[in-house]
Design a protein around this ligand. Structure first.
Ligand SMILES: [Zn+2]
Length: 261
């Protein structure tokens, strides 16, 4: 008798799961489809999946607009404490960005904590803005500490001369869902030029699930990128791939001046 009851209960449950394809995906570890525009765009990320709720309810979200009025603290910096090695990279187009996976062994120390570089990737146009203005591109260098905390360095690119760093990959950017290894080795130290200081604040992932507690460092030194290089990246996705800026909600933004050496 017990078995019969179980079967009669299980059948309608199975039908509900089949009718609701999105939920069945979640049960089996699939990812919910999100985009940068339209009904699956940033304004709706928080509604697409319970796991994305922080995108709508979070109070320390990224990106933000950097303005001189928004700076709440000042500090002196002797330069970022970075120890990056050269690495071959694997390029993967995941439909939202191109991720350049870095080999283990590259680190940044920030406020007494060590974070290891995992990967870098790009957004077009920039996610962080300066007085409301987007630059052409933004690179995110994603680092992780042994306790799981993330630290992301944001590097902005404005239209100008060709960028030597990106030129190593730009002729061979992977189209959607393709992955390949580059024969070129790079050192992200070439991107992290901090002669002009940097801004630091506590924020979030800029893509679902928008998890908070991410330490952000925004370099005050802007890299050049040529119009051809910008177009080559932009045309991979054919649309802007940034999340709009989020309210500060009273968070501190610290500007670290580079001291003369
Ligand atoms: Zn990013």
């Amino acid at each position: 008798m017990r078995h019969k009851k179980l079967i009669s209960f299980a059948l309608p449950v199975a039908m509900i799961l089949i009718l609701n394809g999105v939920n069945i995906m979640n049960l089996y570890g699939g990812t919910v489809h999100w985009e940068y525009h339209g009904p699956h765009g940033p304004d709706h990320w928080g509604e697409l999946d319970p796991a994305f709720e922080t995108c709508a309810t979070g109070t320390s979200q990224s990106p933000i607009d950097f303005t001189s009025n928004g700076i709440t603290q000042y500090g002196f910096s002797e330069g970022l404490d970075i120890s990056y090695s050269s690495s071959p990279v694997e390029l993967k187009n995941n439909g939202h960005t191109v991720v350049f996976s870095y080999q283990p062994g590259s680190f940044i120390n920030f406020n007494g904590k060590t974070f290891e570089l995992l990967q870098f990737h790009f957004h077009a146009r920039s996610e962080h803005t300066i007085n409301g203005r987007h630059t052409a591109l933004e690179a995110h260098l994603v680092h992780k500490a042994s306790d799981g905390q993330l630290l992301v360095i944001g590097v902005l690119f404005d239209l100008g001369s060709p960028n030597q760093f990106v030129s190593k990959f730009w002729d061979n950017l992977p189209t959607e869902h393709l992955t390949f290894s580059s024969s070129n080795t790079v050192n992200v130290e070439d991107l992290v030029l901090d002669q002009a200081g940097y801004l630091a604040y506590s924020g979030s992932l800029t893509t679902p699930p928008c998890s908070e507690g991410v330490q952000w460092i925004g370099l005050n030194q802007i890299q050049p990128v040529s119009a051809d290089q910008f177009n080559a990246y932009f045309n991979l996705f054919g649309e802007d791939t940034y999340r709009p800026t989020q309210p500060l909600n009273g968070r501190d933004v610290t500007f670290y001046f580079k001291t003369e050496s």
